[in-house]
Each structure stands twice: as C-alpha cells, then as structure tokens.
Design a protein around this ligand. Sequence first.
Ligand code: CU
Length: 144
Amino acid sequence: MSRPLVGILTVLALTAAACGSDADIEVSDVWGRPSPAVATNGAFYMVITNNADTTDHLISVASDACGVAELHESMMSDGVMSMSPVDAAGIEVPGGGRAALEVGGLHVMCVDKQADFVAGETFDLSLEFDNAGTMVVEAEIREG
Ligand SMILES: [Cu+2]
C-alpha cells in the first residue's frame, strides 16, 4: 500500500475512534446558564455516560472561562439550598452507567468567571477522568 494512502486511512481510523459511540466515556448536553461577567460564579451541567465495565471518576475540570473550576454538589437541608465540593475521589460514573450533573445537584462550579456568559456562547471545558484521561468538551450557554 502506498504511503499517502496509509496516512489517510490512519487519519480516518483516528477520526472514527474520536467520533464513535464506543468510546468509554461520552459527555453530552454540556451547558451553563447565562450570567454577566460581574456575577462572580457560574455553573456547568452535563451528562456523563460510561460505556466501560469499570467505574470511572471525573476528578477535575479546568476552563479558561473560570479562574478555578470545582466539582460541587448542591443539597437541600431544612429548606435551605447549600453546596459543597465533592470529596477528593471526584464524581463517580459507574461502569455501564451514567452521572448527571444537573441544576440542584452535582455541578461544575465556575469560580471567578473570566467572561460574560451570553446565550449562544460556547466555552471549552477540560475534563480529567481517573481512567479515561483528559477530554475537552464544549459547553453551551443557554437558558436551560
Ligand atoms: Cu457550586
């Protein structure tokens, strides 16, 4: 086989791997609510699906849109909503299961926002998983 053809086939194979639904970890529906830059904090939500047999953990998130991005969980106690960082193990995504980061529950806390969050805008989030490694996903700013 000629060398250029091998190169093209390799690129096609890598593209298929990147886009295929058989990836161990799939992240979908990544979004955050609009807020002006003067609002110090924002939040991002997403659904993480684990196609592997083994449990994985989302252990950290980074984004240029945030001074610091933290993994938080909101909870209702005595009618008061509060939130706190998840423990050091991160957010568990069971093998063959999923984890939902959603309003009123688990979320990515975007501390010290670096930009206006305007509807239609997108920001890259770099997600680090224990097993699956680092994955960059695009978050869309929208009302819900
Ligand atoms: Cu939070």
